[in-house]
Design a protein around this ligand. Structure first.
Ligand SMILES: [Zn+2]
Ligand SMILES: [Zn+2]
Length: 381
């Protein structure tokens, strides 16, 4: 049965009950009518047969709380006795456009999804508390902010109904039309598979049951718009570049006192000119002279805050060796900082004055030590 049928038929009238009838009243009315019109009691009576089908259909919907809720919601939104355009039963009611205008911005996609798409799939969500949507966002922060944690303001973009067409996707003044291919059911059944018939979303309307003939110029027919808002976001200590963090309850507000959705923030971290990170260790490359590396030295190295810390370079330290300064790494949420890993890089002077050159030649002669590449050639063999 299509949504169109659903909305055009007044099931309450068919069962002769009021629209606020209690379940017992509906049950009683159905039993009485079913008895009167039952095929066993009315053989060769097509009118009773039709009536029996109709009351069964009405009972199907009204006796199922979820279906009844959706049916009521649909009729509330579209107006009782509303005729779809092109359904041939005459019009007179308000236009589709007016009706959708009254719906406001309350997740039209979902309402459409429930009414015109997957049948009763969303029936339980049609009313009552509904959790807000999750929102995705991105933020770029400095290295220091990532290490220490920070509160930053960020813009989030969330999807709402298009403000021009109020989510219908149709140009204002026009209305979406019931899909001719599927008669508004949103489903098509193919029997090409032999014995089996397969139901799948209608190709023409993509399961919506409606087609947009004159699309809204703002959203191009999608019915979707975007809303931007700025909020303060707490970035926890120690995030890494590309990490996605979840902020519970910072997404779209819920409806009917439903919980708010979550905000997911992908964090980009600007690289630091001096420091990098390896978990809770901070790393830094520190140039040393050949003399410092060869003779050993005490040097100052910077920490993240810009303070100096004293580091002893042992005599004979090769270029590329990493030394550890305890407790000067990244702070952690638990308060015990990591270490600072200092990689020494022996710097070779680009130019020497003549005295320095002479001294270095004299050093080379004195140091001796033979050919430093001899072992390399030996090993290469
Ligand atoms: Zn269709
Ligand atoms: Zn639009």
């Amino acid at each position: 049965m299509s949504t169109k049928d659903w909305l055009e038929k007044d099931y309450y009238k068919i069962l002769g009950v009021s629209s606020d009838a209690k379940p017992e009243e509906i049950k009683k009315a159905f039993r009485k009518l079913a008895r009167e019109n039952h095929p066993d009691a009315n053989q060769h009576n097509p009118e009773a047969e039709r009536k029996f089908k109709e009351i069964s259909e009405a009972n199907d919907v009204l006796s199922d709380p979820a279906k009844r809720k959706e049916y009521d919601e649909a009729r509330r939104l579209l107006g009782v006795g509303f005729r779809f355009p092109g359904s041939g039963s005459g019009g007179g009611g308000p236009s589709m456009d007016d009706l959708f205008r009254n719906v406001g911005d309350s997740n039209l996609g979902d309402i459409f999804g429930g009414l015109f798409g997957g049948g009763g799939r969303r029936a339980s969500q049609a009313r009552g508390p509904r959790r807000g949507h999750d929102i995705e966002g991105e933020v770029t922060i400095d290295f220091v902010q990532a290490v220490e944690g920070a509160t930053v303001s960020m813009q989030t973009v969330s999807e709402t109904a298009c403000p021009t067409c109020h989510g219908t996707g149709a140009r204002p003044g026009t209305a979406p039309q019931v899909c001719r291919a599927c008669q508004g059911s949103g489903m098509q059944t193919s029997t090409s598979g032999g014995m089996f018939s397969i139901s799948e979303p209608c190709e023409v309307c993509h399961g919506r049951g409606l087609v947009i003939e004159d699309p809204c110029p703002t959203c191009g027919g999608s019915g979707r718009g975007r809303s931007t808002r700025t909020m303060q976001v707490r970035i926890p200590v120690g995030v890494t570049d590309g990490q996605r963090i979840r902020l519970t309850g910072k997404g779209s507000p819920g409806e009917n006192s439903g919980a708010a959705g979550d905000l997911y923030v992908t964090v980009h971290v600007r690289p630091h000119p001096v420091f990098a990170r390896k978990g809770k260790q901070l790393t830094v490359k520190v140039p040393v002279t050949f003399a410092e590396a060869a003779l050993g030295a005490e040097i100052d190295v910077p920490t993240l805050g810009g303070q100096k810390v004293r580091l002893r370079i042992p005599a004979g330290t090769p270029s590329g060796r990493t030394l550890r300064v305890r407790g000067k790494g990244a702070p952690t949420a638990k308060g015990e900082p990591g270490d600072l890993l200092v990689t020494v890089e022996v710097e070779v002077p680009k130019a020497l004055n003549s005295e320095a050159s002479d001294a270095l030649r004299a050093y080379a002669e004195l140091a001796g030590g033979g050919d430093p590449r001899a072992k390399l050639f030996e090993d290469a063999r």
